[in-house]
Design a protein around this ligand. Structure first.
Ligand SMILES: Nc1nc2c(ncn2[C@@H]2O[C@H](COP(=O)(O)OP(=O)(O)OP(=O)(O)O)[C@@H](O)[C@H]2O)c(=O)[nH]1
Ligand SMILES: [Mg+2]
Length: 280
């Protein structure tokens, strides 16, 4: 599906390549094939969302580069909200059950998706995972997407909200450098703030300005999973989102996530690249 970044139809994504679909997929120009796959993804995402809405489960998609602290955030959140909310986690990684094991160690249900070579989750993978979760007993489902700062933002999984993490060690200029991901965010968490004393070059104000330059209205919250600084602002944000979601459900409505349209285009055609002459 993703010709630029190396995604392939492997592992649990093989449903996309069932014999009946193979003909359909490989007939016609690649753009049409890819367009068809993206449309199929969106159809499945809507089915997933209908399923979540029937159970009243708010679904939050966590996205960031590898190692920004998604699982650590989940661990801290699950501990903080234990007994208050019924939660479960879908983990996405190329390989290993490591993250799911970390979640299960807290007594919380977690299903691990391994994508093989694909750098993002898709709606079909999430649909398969749902058969392993007690949907009737959940208030919130977290989906930890594959660590990658571009592709995950282009796929609707059937979730409701996007939360993007940026750790202070990555630098305050990343929103403008990776706009696809940061534009899709409903909330930007600046993580690992306990490390700020060792990173005088990181400026929270510059990170805010870099995010503002993208003209997004997403809230920015600083947070440390290690010290729990900022954790209550995050859980309060979640509870406001839940209240908003529930009132939409009462009106027969739902909440659709932002999906990066420009990122979708990246998956359909090779983007025009700009080359700058090198001096000297
Ligand atoms: N100092 C500090 N370290 C943190 C914090 N959050 C996470 N880490 C560390 O950062 C590393 C990566 O954290 P993870 O939670 O595994 O990151 P992740 O985003 O889930 O990584 P992937 O799933 O591989 O994409 C681990 O060594 C964590 O202990 C934090 O708030 N402060
Ligand atoms: Mg993780």
């Amino acid at each position: 599906m993703c010709t630029d970044c190396g995604c392939q139809i492997r592992g649990q994504r093989q449903t996309l390549a069932k014999p009946s679909k193979v003909k359909e997929m490989f007939l016609g120009p690649p753009e049409r094939v890819l367009q068809g796959l993206l449309q199929k993804n969106d159809q499945q995402a809507n089915l997933n969302r209908q399923r979540f809405d029937r159970h009243g489960i708010l679904v939050i998609n966590l996205m960031s580069s590898p190692g920004s602290g998604k699982t650590a955030l989940l661990e801290a959140t699950l501990k903080a909200l234990k007994g208050e909310l019924r939660m479960a986690v879908i983990e996405g990684d190329l390989e290993t059950e490591n993250d799911a094991k970390r979640i299960r160690a807290l007594g919380v249900t977690a299903y691990q998706i391994t994508t093989g070579t694909a750098c993002h989750l898709d709606a079909h993978l999430v649909a398969q995972a749902l058969d392993h979760l007690p949907l009737q007993d959940l208030d919130v489902l977290f989906i930890e997407n594959v660590g990658n700062l571009v592709c995950p933002a282009s796929f609707d999984l059937g979730h409701h909200l996007n939360v993007t993490l940026l750790s202070v060690t990555e630098g305050d200029d990343k929103p403008q450098k990776y706009p696809v991901m940061f534009r899709a965010a409903d909330l930007l968490l600046i993580t690992k703030t306990d490390l700020l004393p060792y990173l005088p070059e990181f400026s929270m104000e510059k990170a805010r300005a870099s995010q503002r330059a993208l003209a997004t209205k997403a809230t920015l919250l600083p947070l440390s999973a290690k010290t729990s600084e900022g954790l209550s602002s995050w859980t309060e944000w979640m509870s406001r989102q839940r209240a908003g979601y529930q009132s939409l459900l009462e009106k027969g409505l739902s909440l659709k996530p932002r999906v990066a349209q420009e990122g979708k285009a990246l998956h359909l055609e090779r983007p025009e690249m700009t080359f700058k002459p090198v001096a000297g």
